[in-house]
Design a protein around this ligand. Structure first.
Ligand SMILES: [Cu+2]
Length: 226
């Protein structure tokens, strides 16, 4: 598998999904691609047919049935895309009941993240900053511009509620493998519930341009069995 071409083809697609939300997003994306392919083939076939055989045809200036069809069929296609898309949108914002194993406040700073673990009673359990590890301090096998000095810990098969905000400018807390991207807006708490379904280390990035070191405030989530 250590093939340059193959590795790069793989990275053209989504990362492997490790939450139900990301699994749904990937499935939806694949279904959409099939529909797009179908539309492309039909349109190109008709276009090619016209170019080759009937470019100068003038007796087909009006056709009510055809007009109804090319209105109704695209409408149906859009509805079949829209319905699952909205389902996933609402599913991803689902809070999943009132019990969370973990409540975490995530605060974006220029240019690092702060994690604040607290109980429902508002008692603070843990509060720490998560900084990028400099290239010169990396150990062998660690990823450049991806590792942090203190990753945030999630429990596997548990829902973690994140309350995301910022202390200065707008940041965005995003982990592609979770299908999560939530803006960190100063003066506002954005909530998302993440249900992780497998252990591992997951990398994320600030996804809202927030200043010169925007690229140097990565996110590392360690999902562990407890
Ligand atoms: Cu940023």
């Amino acid at each position: 598998m250590n093939n340059f071409f193959f590795n790069n083809i793989l990275t053209l697609n989504f990362p492997h999904g490790s939450t139900p939300v990301m699994g749904n997003i990937i499935n939806f994306h694949e279904k959409c691609l099939l529909i797009i392919l179908f539309v492309l083939v039909v349109v190109l076939t008709l276009l090619l047919y016209n170019i080759l055989f009937s470019l100068s045809q003038t007796n087909g200036l009006e056709n009510t049935l055809l007009e109804i069809l090319w209105t109704v069929i695209p409408t149906l296609i859009i509805i079949t895309i829209m319905v699952p898309s909205l389902e996933i949108l609402y599913f991803s914002e689902e809070s999943g009941g009132s019990f969370f194993s973990n409540n975490l406040k995530v605060v974006g700073h220029q240019w690092y993240w702060t994690y604040d673990e607290f109980e429902i009673s508002n008692q603070a359990l843990l509060n720490f900053d998560s900084y990028l590890i400099n290239e010169s301090d990396l150990n062998l096998g660690e990823f450049r511009n991806n590792e942090v000095d203190r990753p945030v810990i999630f429990e596997v098969n548990r829902a973690t509620r994140l309350l995301i905000t910022s202390a200065d400018v707008i940041h965005s807390w995003a982990v592609p493998e979770f299908g999560v991207k939530v803006d960190a807006v100063p003066g506002r708490l954005n909530q998302i519930v993440v249900f992780t379904s497998e252990p591992g280390r997951f990398f994320g990035y600030c996804s809202e341009l927030c200043g010169v070191n925007h690229s140097f405030m990565p996110i590392v989530v360690e999902v562990i069995n407890i």
